[in-house]
Design a protein around this ligand. Structure first.
Ligand code: FE
Length: 347
């Protein structure tokens, strides 16, 4: 009995410790799992004294967890990949709008949520392009240098794609909808389905490997998967990258589709000031180097450039024309796109 009383007294004591004496902790829910992110968090802690406690899950897992936890959620900051998911989190009310002059100045408007009177809910901190990969021996580059040609009868039976409902494709198709309008986009999606070499399965890397294996001749992939294969020490990956060509589509029209990885402050954050500080840190040149370059992506913060050999090789050393539509509009198109996919039978 004495033991129990002592333990209770000790518990009461620790609970009564003043907040200032306790270490400040930021609870981060992250869908990003890259080794360079470790250095990113360590540097933030070094600069601010705020320790980061991380919960790792995939994007869907994080959104589900936030919904289940509700107001009791310990989450302060949320990191997600893909504009479609950031938009979902926003409309599901999982984010707290914030006011930050530093973020408004650093992150171009096309890479953040539409601001309301209360502020902005999410900000993109890196971009990835969604490009076309093709078999150099069997496909002419000029036959695949636009997204529109994925639906052209000349490419019948040649195309491999992951599921249409995957957020990367929902965002690409949502962008196409912004550029072409509803009727043309649905006709295009129907054409794409008609050109498939096989039913959608696997991730982006699987589509590139299917081109290498001769199962199809044309695929679509995010650039960082291509960069990973280019930087791989596995001879099979090297051979695969020798075999395929990469094209940044729509250089003569609206530009290549870009997507983002980004962050938001959680709706029920207990440490809002520290959470905003963390997002502002992500826009700094140092953090952009870990966040964007670490996953072979491009930085979003104005004036920040990274030196990445794989990205340079992919673009032929130069810049490419990227689309300029706001990703908030792309996210907002996903419901319409999903209905079109159901109508044209794109699984
Ligand atoms: Fe990915």
């Amino acid at each position: 009995m004495i033991h129990k009383a002592l333990a209770l007294a000790a518990l009461a004591l620790s609970a009564a410790l003043p907040a200032a004496a306790q270490e400040q902790v930021l609870n981060l829910y992250s869908a990003r799992h890259y080794s360079t992110d470790e250095a990113l968090y360590a540097n933030f802690t070094k600069a601010t004294g705020i320790r980061i406690q991380r919960v790792d899950a995939d994007d869907a897992g994080i959104l589900a967890r936030l919904k289940a936890e509700g107001a009791a959620s310990p989450a302060d900051v949320i990191l997600l990949v893909d504009a479609a998911r950031l938009y979902r989190g926003e409309v599901d009310g999982l984010f707290k709008p914030i006011q930050s002059k530093a973020l408004d100045e650093a992150i171009p408007a096309q890479y953040r949520a539409k601001a309301s009177a209360e502020g902005t809910t999410w900000f993109g901190f890196s971009t990835r392009a969604r490009v076309i990969v093709y078999d150099k021996m069997r496909v002419k580059r000029e036959d695949v240098d636009t997204y529109e040609e994925l639906a052209d009868p000349k490419n019948k039976g040649k195309v491999c794609l992951r599921s249409g409902s995957h957020p990367y494709n929902l965002s690409l198709f949502g962008a196409v909808l912004e550029h072409l309008g509803e009727a043309k986009t649905e006709a295009w999606l129907k054409g794409v389905v008609g050109n498939m070499a096989r039913a959608p399965k696997g991730g982006d890397t699987d589509q590139i490997k299917a081109v290498g294996a001769g199962e199809c001749q044309i695929a679509v992939s995010n650039t960082y998967y291509i960069a990973r294969l280019m930087r791989s020490t596995n001879p099979d990956d090297r051979a695969l990258m020798e075999k395929v060509g990469i094209v940044f589509p729509n250089q003569a029209s609206w530009g290549t589709h870009l997507n983002i990885a980004g962050g938001a402050v959680a709706k029920h954050a207990k440490n809002t000031a520290a959470a905003v500080k963390f997002l502002e840190y992500l826009a700094s040149a140092e953090a952009q180097n870990y966040f964007a370059n670490g996953n072979n992506e491009w930085p979003t913060a104005k004036g920040v450039k990274v030196d990445n050999a794989a990205l340079k090789a992919m673009t032929g050393g130069g810049d490419f024309k990227a689309e300029t539509i706001p990703l908030a509009a792309v996210g907002a198109n996903q419901v319409k796109v999903q209905q079109m996919l159901d109508r044209v039978g794109f699984r």
